[in-house]
Write a protein that binds this ligand. Structure first.
Ligand code: NJP
Length: 237
């Protein structure tokens, strides 16, 4: 009770649903997103009856904005139990069609953003000797796909980052894990939610439920990673 979480990329898609499921678990929330939609997410949650929701318009690749969001969260809730590094961007092009700017941008958000978010919450979590950091990675970090080298590289990077961090913070009782979904019906990569061709894809609820499961694991249990994909998505296992 009284637990608080930060969810990045909660303006829409998976992050917004993670916020709903965590609120249903009784958690107080800070929601982060770049666009004004983040305020709408907070309003929607308040309409559902969840009072403790703090929307913050911030870019996760900007160190001072991330630090500021964590400080505001601690001022409001006095504790922080969970960080969900969910915000991410993606595009799918062949290597020789990918510009250096596109490459840098996707790394800035997907990798630098995860680093900055985690770094900002660690002093508090270390001091309390408790906390959980969950990063929404991707199945592309487990089964590579063509035409997605930049995006795939970012998700391999966060796997490495999370694995190393998990070992580093064990002694502080802090748990670090990743959730690696296959195709999810969201707005990802300039797409729209609810398109007919995405009918059989994972739903945002599927990922949000995985977050709740990982975050609420009993103290003696550590879930490193959850890989989940639509039944229709086939892998060369
Ligand atoms: O994407 P989308 P998803 N700073 O586009 C925010 C991974 N994943 O929910 O900033 C702060 O609907 C953006 O808000 P705004 C994926 O890699 C997905 O599908 O206001 N926030 C919005 O709320 C990603 O890590 C699939 O525009 C930033 C949210 O991020 C995670 O799932 C498959 C930001 C994106 O919502 C959520 O993606 C897979 C920034 N710099 C992994 N940049 C899939 N959908 O199929 C973006 O394997 N946001």
């Amino acid at each position: 009770k009284g637990q608080a979480a930060i969810v990045t990329g909660a303006s829409r898609g998976i992050g917004k649903e993670i916020a709903v499921k965590l609120a249903q678990q009784g958690m107080k929330l800070t929601l982060i997103g770049r666009s004004e939609e983040i305020h709408q997410s907070a309003e929607d949650l308040k309409k559902m009856g969840f009072a403790d929701v703090l929307p913050i318009q911030a870019d996760i690749s900007d160190e001072s904005e991330v630090k500021d969001a964590v400080e505001k969260t601690l001022q409001k809730y006095k504790q922080l139990d969970l960080l969900v590094n969910n915000a991410g961007v993606g595009f799918f092009k062949q290597v020789d069609e990918t510009t250096l700017d596109e490459w840098k941008k996707v790394f800035e958000v997907n990798v630098q953003g995860v680093f900055l978010g985690s770094k900002a919450v660690l002093p508090h979590m270390k001091e309390r000797k408790s906390g959980t950091i969950i990063t929404i990675s991707s199945d592309v970090a487990r089964y590579t796909i063509p035409n997605g080298s930049a995006y795939t590289a970012t998700k391999y990077a966060v796997q490495g980052f999370s694995g190393s961090l998990a070992q580093e913070v064990r002694e502080y009782g802090i748990r670090v894990g990743t959730i690696n979904p296959g195709m999810v019906d969201t707005f990802f990569a300039e797409s729209k939610q609810g398109l007919e061709e995405k009918r059989d894809w994972l739903k945002v609820e599927d990922i949000a439920n995985a977050v709740v499961y990982m975050a609420s694991a009993p103290k003696h249990m550590m879930i490193d990673e959850i890989v989940l994909h639509p039944f229709v998505q086939n892998y060369p296992i």
